[in-house]
Design a protein around this ligand. Structure first.
Ligand code: ZN
Length: 221
């Protein structure tokens, strides 16, 4: 079976995203690029998470052709492919429908500010809002890609969230940090206060420290 490891990792991270409340039933979609093989493991369309095993995760090429798997890939495959084609620092894409972050996608175009250490570290900046386009369209992929810029997140107007990363785990962490930030901001505003943002200088320091140091470290002695 092609990309067994990647397909298995997608199944596991799906459970983490369900536990975090970012996806449910058949919502959202997740992919990993195997850059050397130019192959992508990607979630199928309309198959409930609870019923999936590794063979239910599809394998496609960079043109979106199905190479292996029982099901057609997610109809949002354009959204994944555009990042793999255009950015060599992206090897994983996570698209979710988080209830709190999506609130900001129906309010307007102000980016989600950086109010939490966690967001500074794993996102490294404010989260832009991409303009509306229809689900599954090439236009949605293009406007979302453009809004993301060289960052790793964008909230999709009237829809949800996309995060990208060098690996699946960092893309997943960014999704969870966006939703935690949205939750904190909504709570502060519901109390009648505008939350303070971290300074750009502090965000840069936290991001750099995280990228340089955040990895498992062997216990000494
Ligand atoms: Zn969606």
């Amino acid at each position: 079976m092609k990309l067994l490891e990647e397909r298995t990792r997608i199944l596991k991270i799906s459970q983490d995203l369900i536990a975090a409340g970012l996806i449910r039933d058949t919502q959202g979609n997740i992919s990993i690029l195997h850059r050397d093989q130019s192959l992508i493991a990607i979630t199928p369309s309309a198959v409930p998470y609870a019923e999936r095993d590794a063979e239910d995760i599809s394998v496609i090429d960079l043109e979106g052709n199905l190479l292996e798997g029982r099901w057609k890939p997610t109809s949002e495959f354009h959204l994944h492919l555009i990042f793999y084609r255009e950015r060599d620092d992206v090897n994983a894409v996570v698209h979710t429908h988080p209830p709190k972050a999506t609130v900001f996608g129906v309010l307007g175009s102000d980016p989600l500010p950086v109010v939490l250490n966690e967001a500074a570290m794993v996102i490294g900046g404010a989260v832009p809002i991409a303009p509306y386009a229809r689900p599954g369209s090439v236009e949605l992929a293009e406007v979302t890609f453009k809004a993301t810029g060289d960052g790793n997140t964008a909230i999709m107007a009237h829809h949800g969230l996309i995060t990208v990363g060098q690996d699946l785990e960092s893309a997943c962490r960014a999704s969870i940090a966006v939703e935690a930030s949205a939750d904190t901001i909504i709570t502060a505003r519901s109390m009648g206060f505008e939350p303070n943002s971290l300074s750009p200088e502090e965000v840069d320091i936290l991001r750099k420290t995280y990228l340089d140091n955040y990895k498992p470290k062997k216990a000494e002695g």
